[in-house]
Each structure stands twice: as C-alpha cells, then as structure tokens.
Ligand binder design. Structure first.
Ligand code: GLC
Ligand code: MG
Length: 249
C-alpha cells in the first residue's frame, strides 16, 4: 500500500451514512498515519457551514480544505485562505458587476449571507425555471465581459464563480503542490458541483451510488475507465471505490 491524495465532497458523499463514515474515518486515519495519505474536503460550503458540519459529524481534521466550490483553499489548518490561489482568482473578477447583472433576474433568490463569499455569489434557483434562466443569465454575464462560470447543483443551488475556479482546478493546484500523480489521487462526489472534480484531470474518480441526476448524466456522456460508479451510497460507496482501485484493502 502507498499513500494517496484523497479528495472528497462532504454533503451526500462523505456524509450521509453515519455507520459507513465511522468505518471509513478509521481506515483513512490509519492510512494517513502509516503511509502519509492526505485527506482533503472539497465542498460548496463556506467556512461557517463547514465548521457546523465538522462538529456535528466529528469529521477528521483534513490536510487541506477546499471551500466555497473551490474558490478558497486552506492549508495546514490555517484560518486564512491561500493567497496564491486568491491572487489567481482575482484576475478579471468583478463581484459588483456580477451582482448588478444578476439583480435583473427575479427567479434568482440570494442564498444566506454566510454563503456569499469574496469569489462566490450564490442563489437558489428552482429547477423548472433553470432551463430558461441559465442560458439567458450566462449570455448576459458574458456580454458584460465577465470572466465567470455558472455551477448548478442538486436542482436548486446556483454558484457564480471566477472562470479559473472550481473544485477540480483547486485539486490540480494541490496535486502540483504536493506532487501526487493522477494514479495516486482519488476524487469522490455526488452532484453538479463535483463534475469539475471528475472532468479536470485523470484522477481516479468515485461516484457514490446515491449520485444526483446531473452528475450521472454527465458520467454517461463522458465515460472513462478511471472513474467508478459505486453501488453503495455515501461513505459506503467511497470504501467500495477505494477497494476497486486497489488503494485500500
Ligand atoms: C453548499 C453551499 C452553497 C452552494 C452549494 C452548491 O450547499 O453552502 O452556497 O450553492 O453548496 O455548491
Ligand atoms: Mg454533495
């Protein structure tokens, strides 16, 4: 066995089955001690909502945190986001202009203030309305020369972030920093904001058995041998995938 870079989404991926999570945590912790495996959480949550979940579910302390859909990277337990990453994202990002443009769309309901971040503007958008609204919104934003990306998840969450940012690009940043090859990196997810985890590089991918429709549809349209669709849900699916890739017994 060798150490690997373990990257996982939280809601409905790592978290969702408490029994399986206990078992996975125990294995991961042992792997980290014995082989230097690194544990990274990649979530849409802000620091405030991440801490809530961490305490509620007693999550292992990660080696790095990717928060706010990849727009913030925290290394070695630091309280402030990595400044190199922030400098990359700030190029061409204009938060106020995003707010001005999105104000024209009445279907967009702002998410709570904790989820509005320096490089992330987030709304709730009903799935029915999203079909018409998303393309219109995208073309409006591009017309104003905004270098942004729309990430729609779980039929409700809309995040607007800098084009250079998502969970996948944040993982590439960490891989280069820590020198893990794609074969020794595994990413796990269940929904729309995880597509970038699977789409950006050639890391081993685990899609949990309870994955959302938007991710399954993308997976069917972009099949790859280095991606595994698990039978089991949440942490149980992750354990299944780690065994499939021979990364864990
Ligand atoms: C989390 C965040 C929310 C975001 C969603 C999808 O729920 O709290 O702001 O929209 O993830 O990325
Ligand atoms: Mg999720």
């Amino acid at each position: 066995m060798a150490g690997f870079l373990f990257v996982t989404d939280l809601d409905h991926t790592l978290v969702g089955d408490d029994q399986a999570l206990l078992l996975l945590n125990e294995r991961l912790q042992r792997h980290r001690e014995e082989y230097g495996t690194k544990i990274v959480y990649a979530t849409g949550r802000s620091p405030v909502l991440y801490r809530e979940l961490q305490e509620e579910k007693n999550l292992l302390e990660p080696d790095a945190l990717i928060l706010s859909v990849g727009t913030e990277i925290y290394l070695d337990g630091s309280d402030s986001p990595d400044s190199t990453w922030a400098a990359i994202l700030s190029q061409g990002w204009d938060r106020n202009l995003v707010l001005n443009q999105t104000a024209k769309f009445t279907e967009l309901k702002p998410q709570p203030s904790t989820e509005q971040r320096p490089f992330k503007v987030s709304f709730f958008l009903e799935e029915e309305a999203s079909v018409a609204v998303l393309p219109k919104l995208e073309s409006e934003l591009l017309k104003s020369n905004l270098n942004v990306k729309l990430i729609y998840s779980s039929g409700i969450d809309l995040d607007i972030v800098p084009r250079r940012s998502d969970k996948g690009q944040a993982v590439q940043f960490l891989r280069q920093k820590w020198k893990f090859v794609a074969e020794q990196t595994v990413v796990c997810g269940d929904s729309g904001n995880d597509i970038a985890l699977f789409a950006t590089g050639n890391e081993r991918g685990i899609i949990v058995g309870n994955a959302r429709r938007e991710l399954l549809q993308w997976h069917n349209e972009n099949p790859a041998n280095h991606r595994y669709l698990a039978q089991n849900a949440c942490a149980g699916g992750i354990l299944e995938g780690l065994r499939y890739f021979g990364l864990m017994e």
